[in-house]
Design a protein around this ligand. Sequence first.
Ligand code: C2E
Ligand code: CA
Ligand code: CA
Length: 574
Amino acid sequence: MRILLIDDDELDRVAVIRALKQSGLMLDIRQCATAAAGLKVAAEEHFDAILLDYRLPDQDGVEVLQRLRSGAFGHVAILMLSRQEDPAVAEQCLEAGAQDFLLKDEVDGRRLTRAICQARQRYSMEEALKASHEKLRALSEHDSLTGLLNRRGFEVTLNVAMENSLRKQKGLAVLLLDIDDFKSINDTLGHSSGDAVLIEIARRLKLMVRAGDSFCRLGGDEFVLITNNLEHEEQASLLAERLIGVLREPFILTSAELMITASVGIAVLDCSTKNSSDLLNHADVAMYRAKQDGRNRFRFYSEKLHAAVQHITTLKREMHTAISNQEFVVYYQPQFDAQDRKLAGMEALVRWNHPRLGLLAPSDFIPIAENTGLIVDIGNWVLRESCRQLSVWLNRYPEFDRNLTVSVNLSPIQLEHASLIQDVREALSSNYLAPHRLELEITESSLIGDQGRAVATLSELASRNIILSLDDFGTGYSSMHHLKLFPIKELKIDREFVSTIGINCESDRLLIAMIRFAQALSLKIVAEGIETKEQADFCAFNGCTILQGYYYSKPISAAEFEANFFTHSRVHTE
Ligand code: C2E
Ligand code: CA
Ligand code: CA
């Protein structure tokens, strides 16, 4: 057994060594007279036990003890020796990591060797306990799927990183990364493929980590990077770009090859951040914004962004009760026959009569409603309300019964929803309305995702004589393939093309070409956004079927519509 004795008093050393020798054990004893010499020897050589005098000339014994326990020295049992009996000092030494505290006067061979053996045993037990604690802690702070830190580990790590950042005056940022539409991977390929993707994502992200930075998986498909020692914000944006880039490589699974994108929110530690949960919330706000702005990108947190996101969060909450509180209203914009300029129908355009904010336009809340899925209920309400209104008008003004139609806008989310066909049937039948009275306006973006399903839904609707209209034509894909694949009966030419009539010959020619194209397919053609007489005449002359726009009327409430277009029936021939 190798023993190091650190004591400045030579007589004491001699006494201790004599006592040790009496034990009959095979001992190899080294002695030092100062703390400095003792620490040096302890660092260079391995010992089974250290006997350390509490009083040393160059350093306090407890300090030396703490140094020895700081991790830079090997594993060794430590016994403190003292001349005075002082329970407080003894306790202090045991707390600082000594295994025993002995009075020099009591040292004799047997006692000392027994104490050394017991100290060694105690030390190894303490070490084992510490190791299993460490293991448990590591387990509780790591995610079992990816091996990254979990939410708990993230919090611990972030708190330490924040303290360091403030102390060292170095920048710190968290980058919150969320996989775009991960749910559909789980839904279509199953959870085990989803897990395989998450493991691969974690593997790729780990490769991006610089020394001192940490990657964590907060849960689901949410990952977060804590990055330290930032000199400027651009470093965080470069990092975000690299993270998004590393996921762009295809993911090869046994059953499929996948393309994945991610949205990243960045929050930098600054004076507005009070604690670690603030920082994560800020990153969350920025990530939300990145999603809103079209995904597959990163955004930085800012106060302005925060206000905007808070506004959206409030609207989201309020929207849940808005239907039952009857806060939605449908406005109607008239549509006129291009030939005789008589009323041909109306487009239903929803408004939210918000108790605090007044009348909100669809652009203020439809994207939020689509995001939360509430659009399904709102859209269904608009559908029923518009059918009810048209039915009331047809009953009240039978002389108008040409083929007045109501056009209702459908969100892509509604088209994906299983209840659509049933909802449409109910809206018509409960109002005794013939199907050809209803036009459903869809945008080309609805036709992108699961085409098989969209084709089936739209064909079912068309087979029931409901008219399908392609909205905003000319702005998006403008795909002939879509027109061939889907049972579309009507094109609504976007107002972008109408607004340049008479200003730009090239766009005039394009408009005419579009009309010819729709005519060749025997489609009904609606020109929307007509604001001048010239535009109305141009569209009518070139073959549009229906005219709609501010020139005739803005969208107005049902009461106004009734007063303007039914009670004082007007023909627009001026
Ligand atoms: P949209 O379907 O393209 O509707 C036409 C929009 O153009 C309406 O805006 C209308 O007020 C506006 N507009 C009509 N004529 C003119 C004009 O001459 N000049 C100009 N500058 N604008 C004109 P609004 O009511 O704000 O609706 C915006 C969009 O919100 C609609 O575009 C539609 O995509 C969506 N939306 C409206 N109601 C609903 C709904 O019930 N469900 C769904 N899913 N979307 C709706
Ligand atoms: Ca529309
Ligand atoms: Ca439109």
